[in-house]
Design a protein around this ligand. Structure first.
Ligand code: HEM
Length: 268
């Protein structure tokens, strides 16, 4: 008997609709240790205002790094100081922050690594809906996920190590207080772990985006290449529905009590 027949079966996990992966390939498991994942959660929780930090970085991205994204986020006419108040842009900052919160919690607290992987892949796929990315995202030339997340590697991590702090509003309570983090992680360690994390995010989002876009384009071209098939298919479906409907009606009427035959008196 071949050895492969005796080998234990590897657990297969459905990771989103467009991709089936193996649990042992989960990049959050492969590239990060349990301690790394705890570090992600604990350091993220150090941030008092994570949304503020994400917002500051996104404002820089759309103004200084990728001005093409201004229009996508509806801030092409908004002056810099009010950009975060614009619904689409402010909404994206909020969702991006929530995603970091959810992922770090799944990885470093509930240890739901499969869920974290699925969530990242789903987020990548959902971006195919954004017409700008559908048209312009190109993993070999301009990979917008990588561009954004590389800026995060440079700009977000210093807030986690404590090297950088948000400017405090003048006169606020914490004005004088310097934030001191527990010294359980070295800055270099935090830097390395978060860099790995953002790199996984970029790779997984890019890959799931590409697969989903290819799937949708393929479906579109199938439709365009064989329109008669689609018409035939929908005709057949219509006919089936009609048949089913009349079947139901017939069955219903055969169960109805027959109207009693009326006997009329013979007039003659
Ligand atoms: C929506 C995260 C990059 C444009 C979202 C959502 C999340 C998210 C969590 C909401 C849920 C969903 O649709 O799945 C991220 C992350 C990125 C990223 C982690 C990593 C780089 C981008 C880029 C663009 C973009 C490069 C540029 C086109 C949008 C838009 C929405 C969206 C327009 C819908 C916003 C709305 O209408 O409320 N993103 N995103 N995202 N994303 Fe991203």
């Amino acid at each position: 008997m071949g050895a492969s027949l005796c080998a234990p079966k590897k657990k297969k996990t459905q990771v989103g609709a467009s991709w089936v992966g193996n649990e042992s390939e989960n990049p959050f498991d492969v590239s990060l240790t349990k301690k790394d994942r705890t570090c992600l959660r604990e350091t993220f929780q150090r941030l008092e205002e994570p949304k503020e930090v994400v917002g500051l970085i996104f404002v820089d991205i759309v103004n200084d790094v990728e001005p093409d994204l201004k229009k996508v986020f509806g801030v092409d006419r908004a002056p810099r100081p009010v950009m975060l108040k614009m619904p689409k842009f402010g909404g994206h900052v909020a969702r991006f922050t929530d995603l970091l919160d959810q992922l770090t919690s799944m990885l470093g607290y509930t240890e739901n690594l499969t869920g974290a992987w699925q969530l990242v892949r789903k987020t990548g796929r959902s971006h195919v809906r954004q017409g700008f990315l559908e048209l312009n995202q190109n993993q070999l030339e301009k990979n917008y996920f990588e561009v954004v997340l590389n800026v995060f590697i440079d700009r977000f991590i210093p807030y986690l190590t404590g090297e950088q702090q948000l400017p405090k509003a003048a006169g606020s309570e914490n004005d004088q207080k310097k934030v001191r983090f527990a010294n359980n992680y070295q800055p270099q360690q935090i830097q390395d772990i978060w860099k790995k994390f953002f790199t996984i995010l970029a790779a997984q989002m890019t890959d799931s985006f590409e697969l989903e876009r290819a799937k949708q384009r393929n479906a579109q071209s199938q439709k365009a290449l064989a329109p008669h098939q689609h018409i035939e298919q929908s005709e057949r479906k219509k006919k089936r529905i009609q048949e089913k409907q009349s079947e139901i009606e017939n069955t219903a009427s055969s169960h109805e009590p027959k109207e009693q035959e009326q006997m009329f008196e013979d007039p003659f």
